[in-house]
Write a protein that binds this ligand. Sequence first.
Ligand code: TUI
Length: 314
Amino acid sequence: MKTEITELLGIEYPVLQGGMAWVANASLAGAVSNAGGLGIIAAANAPVDVVCDEIRKTKELTSKPFGVNIMLLSPFADDIAKLVIAEDIKVVTTGAGLPTKYMKEWIQAGITVIPVAPSCGVARMVQRSGASAVIAEGGEAGGHIGELNTMALIPQVCDAVHIPVIAAGGIADGRGIAAAFMLGASGVQMGTRFLVAKECTIHRTYKDKILASKDIDTMTTGKRLGHPVRALKTPFTRAFQKNENDSARTIEELEAFGAGALRKAVISGDEKEGCFMAGQCCGLVNKEQTADEIIRELMIQTEEALIGGSKWVK
Ligand code: TUI
């Protein structure tokens, strides 16, 4: 499948794997890249040496292109920004903020920069600072999200910028990919579907919860902190919501309550204190497959949906 995105990134299929914090490591990224998509390592809140290790491991696992996602709220973002240049990383995606101050140096180093934008304004800003493409992520996505949903966001971002648009948020199968193309995107980014990839090393409980989840099983918390996060409904997210609605709780108390919760879900499958981030499409994710099987199935379904769509045309 050839699109502006496969050409830009030198990959076979227009599928990027989300840069999921604590989840997207060398094992997953290497497998997705080997399957013809773009595997992405998440720098998350990790220090440079940890991210560097994952980069080196990924280089051993695949000779195909892969990317690094920089979470801009990370205390180590400045260091990771330098690391991607030193390690000759070809593709950088960013999330949770504006990467403006790093753009010049990255572009000079020949890096293809693809920031996440939750709105047209942010998409225009990153285009102006030299982004090669933009990931327009709707609020159906798991993790830290913006306000708009994918269906409304994608066509508006496509109209707002001239760089290629990658759709994210709520996409888990070929119908979603075909729909994203219809809205004007030339690629997709998927996170939740890859949580249950065989090469994804998250705790067994996290995978089982995704496999068992249905449409209404996610919720958002953290609006009061200025960074809403979508995750599976669990005792933790319900307790967080209760604290958030309690005006006696300070921002600091809330931050402390949430600290480390994603790690607890990923590493120890802790159902009481873990935050199991997931998108609204979790109900579509019902089986474990290798990254290769996932991407092959997605591409067959996408082709079927795109060809099938012509039945509406007289
Ligand atoms: O970044 C994500 N998803 C994430 S990051 C993350 S780690 C985290 N955990 C707890 C709290 C905060 C972060 C878990 N999931 N997706 C991409 C994304 N970027 N979503 C929204 C944005 C975004 C928001 C504002 C991008 C740019 C932006 O710019 C405007 C501004 O004011 O900075």
